[in-house]
Design a protein around this ligand. Structure first.
Ligand code: ATP
Length: 639
């Protein structure tokens, strides 16, 4: 099937499924997902670590990606895309849009607001279920995600590996104090703990054959030091909340606490010296008097809290009750707007099933563990499409979109073998999904997700139809309802969702493009050439125009060429600083695929040299043909 398939209503996709090796998990609701398998995440090798460090350094030094708010010490979970980074990200997202929307008759675009009615997130399940299992290490206080933690084999040893001997000594003392065992220290490693079964770990003193003390074992350890001494898992909702409107809900909360809660504290209480004797009954009575309707409803948050007689729970419920109505969420994914606007888009565009709605843009998740540079950040960009199809055709469309999406990823890659599918196991699938595949990339630390492609049945439309009370059914006037045998057929379309990360894709293509080559210079010396072999359509600058020297009319000629390129829509840059060799090296490093150099010959025969980044081969091209040559190279580039 062609890479730019122009689907028509009624077209049926054909196969082309790629292989589906095993790997890890995917999205909502996270609490119900299976943990990442260890096999999918090989431990990072030093060389790979090095590549990551080099790419991160290059990103900063060459203006691709900076740490957010760096001059104030940086914000850990946020990044700013510099002059070259924003061009690269924009090019990548344009390529996705071109492939998913512009080149298809049956996919349309949407640019929805980031803030939506909170009901959207209640109906979608995000308000209740979009949570990560959060755990603290009781030794190092590290906070991490249980589902991403290392899972050592059981039975087997559980060494605690610390940063240095001093830290190991401190942690040994903490363990002795909190858990009553003295671990044997070997340099920076504490030994003696073993996973004795799938549910238990214990302390086995040197020379002993059985544990002298045991604890419950949850199958994973803290990522930093490998400690099995962990707190219980707490569910942590990933959505960012903020308040909409001119009312400050926190002030209202403060007023209520002042008038309702403080006045219920008994007069005998000593507020200044620690011994507080709250009059709890009085407190609950005041709350009931203040919120009679809510507290009498035992199903409401406040009703449940009062019934529990838990003071903290009641205070929390009051805060939710007051602040809740003005609270809105920053979207944690772009997908929901496509379901919520399904009817508007379908009717206003007279779209016929099958058709898709695509959207790209910012999403926000309050990630517990931000990791691997821009791989996982709290603010990121997604490129998602919901493809609505007839019930019963979804698995064929799934194969079609798998094929299309893998073809898109590998089209821009130097090394297509670093991309693979990972089939979700049955127990990993959300209850409504009837198939899910991740497109994974082999990052320096192991395989990781780039995109999820899921068959979501009619789950989302159904949920929004129920919650909003609005019909989201599609009416096919030409088809008979399979149940009644009569026209029209009214149904909720099924959905295939390819959901990719744009910022994660930037990292993937930077890693794929980064390489170092040893080469021999014109003077016979060996030198290391660093280059980004970015696909030219992704490259921030397509052509650099360099006057060989800053005299003899060469700068003026180069400026003329630049003007012509910019007029033709080619991102070109004039560069006259430093020797021509240094300028080539700089453009290799930022991924500029071609450099056009104006030299002495240019002034006599109207030609320039065009140097290819990857081969370093130079050919002479007439200035009059230059724009067309670069355009053709951009359009027809193949690896
Ligand atoms: P992960 O398992 O890595 O947390 P996910 O399965 O939760 O990802 P989806 O909800 O399927 O991710 O989102 C679709 C895509 O959005 C992912 O494949 C990924 O490329 C991207 N993405 C999700 N979360 C983040 C994040 N915090 N930072 C950057 N990209 C992200």
């Amino acid at each position: 099937m062609s890479a730019f398939f122009l689907g028509r209503p009624g077209d049926t996709p054909s196969g082309g499924a790629a292989s589906s090796p095993p790997g890890w998990r995917r999205r909502l609701p996270r609490l119900y997902e299976a943990p990442m398998s260890n096999a999918a995440a090989p431990s990072p090798a030093a060389a790979n670590d090095d590549v990551m460090k080099k790419v991160v350094a290059l990103c900063k030094s060459r203006g691709f990606v900076y740490q957010s708010s760096e001059i104030y010490g940086g914000l850990k979970s946020a990044y700013d895309y510099g002059p070259l980074g924003c061009e690269l990200k924009r090019n990548l997202m344009s390529e996705w849009w071109r492939d998913m929307v512009t080149c298809r008759e049956n996919v349309v675009g949407l640019d929805a607001s980031i803030i939506m009615r909170p009901e959207v997130w209640r109906a979608s399940g995000h308000a209740a279920g979009f949570a990560d299992p959060l755990v603290d290490c009781q030794v190092s206080q590290e906070r991490f995600r249980a589902d991403k933690a290392p899972r050592p084999a059981a039975p087997g040893p559980l060494p605690i590996t610390c940063a240095d001997k001093g830290v190991a000594k401190t942690y040994a003392e903490i363990i002795e104090k909190k858990f009553g065992v003295v671990l044997e220290r070997d340099g920076n490693v504490l030994n003696g703990l073993v996973a004795s079964s799938a549910t238990e770990f214990g302390y086995v003193p040197k020379g002993a054959s059985a544990p002298t003390q045991t604890w419950a074992w949850r199958g994973y350890v803290s990522p930093l030091i490998g400690s099995p001494f962990l707190t219980a898992e707490k569910s942590f909702n990933l959505m960012f909340r903020t308040a909409l409107g001119a009312v400050d809900p926190m002030q209202e909360v403060a007023n209520i606490i002042d008038t309702t809660l403080l006045c219920s504290i008994g007069s005998s209480e000593d507020l200044g010296h620690g011994t507080r004797s709250y009059n709890l009954d009085e407190f609950f009575n005041v709350v009931k008097a203040k919120f009679p309707k809510e507290t009498s409803d035992e199903q409401s948050l406040l009703g449940k809290a009062v019934k529990s007689k838990d003071k903290a729970l009641v205070i929390r419920a009051i805060i939710e009750h007051i602040a809740g109505p003005s609270m809105v969420y920053l979207r944690p994914e772009t997908a929901q707007a496509m379901f919520v606007q399904f009817r508007n888009v379908q009717q206003s565009m007279a779209a016929k099933i099958p058709f898709g709605i695509a959207q790209m843009g910012k999403s926000f998740r309050n990630e517990i563990t931000v990791e691997h540079f821009i791989f996982r950040s709290c603010e990121f960009e997604q490129m998602e499409m919901e493809f609505f199809c007839e019930p019963g055709t979804q698995l064929q469309w799934m194969e079609y979109w798998k094929d299309q999406r893998m073809s898109w990823w590998t089209r821009y890659a130097n090394d297509p073998t670093k991309f693979r599918f990972r089939t979700h196991e049955k127990d990993e699938l959300a209850h409504y999904a009837d198939g899910c595949y991740d497109v994974e990339y082999l990052y320096p630390w192991g395989w990781g997700e780039l995109e999820g492609i899921a068959s979501r049945t009619d789950h989302d439309l159904h949920a929004h139809q129920e919650a909003s009370g609005q019909s989201l059914e599609y009416v096919d006037q030409e088809k008979e309802d399979p149940k009644t045998g009569k026209k029209p057929w009214k149904y909720l379309p099924y959905v295939i969702e390819p959901a990719a990360g744009a910022t994660r894709a930037v990292l993937c293509f930077l890693l794929d493009a980064y390489c170092e080559e040893e080469r021999t210079t014109a003077t016979g010396e060996k030198e290391l050439r660093t280059l980004l072999k970015l696909h030219p359509r992704l490259a921030p600058i397509k052509c650099a125009v360099l006057p060989l020297v800053k005299k003899d009319g060469m700068p003026e000629k180069a400026r003329e060429i630049i003007d012509a390129m910019l007029k033709a829509g080619i991102t070109a840059k004039y560069d006259e600083k430093g020797s021509v060799g240094k300028r080539y090296a700089k453009h290799d490093e930022i991924g500029t695929p071609w450099c056009a150099t104006v030299d002495g010959q240019t002034l006599t025969d109207g030609t320039v040299t065009v140097r290819d980044r990857d081969t370093t081969v130079q050919v002479r091209v007439a200035i009059s043909d230059l724009v067309a040559t670069i355009k053709a190279k951009l359009e027809n580039f193949e690896r």
